[in-house]
Write a protein that binds this ligand. Structure first.
Ligand code: ZN
Length: 325
């Protein structure tokens, strides 16, 4: 059977959910979502992966023998020398962990694992918003802010595997504490949790009546969809808050532009999917204001195109290329 006729499974492996896709060439033949509960332990976690992969293969009408490889994108820092994941914030048992070897044993095909934001940008560069661009930076605005770099057409992994942590670009000396242990990182100021915190306080003060009515002022309930609906319904101060957060993202983008002279910056993640029409232009305008004009004039800013499937498609393609599958 020709290599191109074999399918590769791509897994977007998160701390609360996973998305498994069966990919052949550029086509996603089937994709299946499942909840993950890493607190339930390693065995249960892998049983969920095996069951979800089996379901996806079944939906794609493929026998397990037609599977060439598996690729997974997972939150956390990878050590490329040992091919182990150093740590993953949402999956407690992943510490200096050989996830690729574990997946190989579980699914009986070669496996490749990378950071989830890296795989999202890889997918967008191979198939989506940055197709054909050799130099690309990606900012993924979700609960936190993921980042990734592609230089000379290849994923830039750095000396140890941790490159591209663009969410931890320093933007404010007086800024709040960040999950990484520092203060004033972009993520701590402009990730969804930071936005939700300020939106909740705005709602509690009476500045976002639609948000207060729909979702209250509980930070945990202020997900991207609720924020977006309140903005649509007319919460002007909330819209301004979203724009100010996007301008901070633009500040970090300007640093990346001046350092790397990319062709394209891709903005993705749940916040951009929900409010891209506000966030993308505000971030772009701020980038152009803060970057060196002669460099910034070459840079395109584009919203991600592959949505939920970016990591799945990126991870499948990564496995195909890395493992020559
Ligand atoms: Zn940080």
């Amino acid at each position: 059977m020709a290599k191109k006729d074999k399918a590769v499974v791509g897994i977007d492996l998160g701390g609360t959910k996973m998305l498994v896709g069966v990919v052949q060439g550029r086509k996603v033949l089937a994709s299946v979502k499942a909840k993950t509960d890493p607190a339930g332990g390693e065995r249960e976690f892998f049983a969920t992966i095996a069951a979800t992969v089996a379901k996806a293969l079944d939906e794609a009408g493929l026998k397990p023998g037609r599977l060439a490889a598996v690729g997974a994108g997972c939150p956390g820092v990878l050590d490329i020398k040992t091919d182990r994941i150093v740590s993953s914030a949402n999956i407690p048992f992943i510490k200096d962990y050989p996830l690729a070897r574990k997946l190989e044993k579980l699914l009986k095909v070669p496996a490749a694992v990378e950071n989830d934001a890296n795989m999202g940008l890889f997918g967008e560069q191979r198939f989506g918003a940055a197709r054909g661009c050799g130099h690309v930076a990606g900012f993924f605005l979700g609960t936190g802010i993921g980042g990734a770099l592609i230089l000379n057409g290849e994923l830039y992994r750095g000396s140890s595997g941790a490159a591209g942590e663009l969410g931890h670009i320093f933007v404010d000396a007086m800024g709040p504490a960040c999950g990484c242990g520092n203060r004033g990182c972009l993520e701590a100021l402009a990730g969804r949790l930071a936005l939700a915190g300020e939106a909740a306080s705005l709602a509690a003060r009476g500045g976002a009546p639609h948000l207060l009515k729909e979702a209250g002022a509980d930070v945990r309930k202020l997900k991207s969809g609720a924020l977006s609906r309140a903005v649509e319904a007319g919460d002007r101060q909330l819209r301004d808050l979203v724009k100010r957060k996007a301008a901070l993202v633009g500040l970090a983008m300007a640093n990346v532009v001046n350092t790397l002279d990319p062709e394209c910056i891709v903005l993705g993640g749940g916040l951009v999917e929900a409010m891209g029409e506000i966030i993308v232009p505000a971030a772009e305008e701020s980038m152009r204001r803060h970057a060196m004009p002669d460099i910034a004039k070459h840079v395109a800013v584009a919203p991600a195109k592959l949505g939920d499937l970016a990591i799945v498609m990126g991870a499948a393609q990564w496995a195909r290329e890395r493992l020559d599958a």
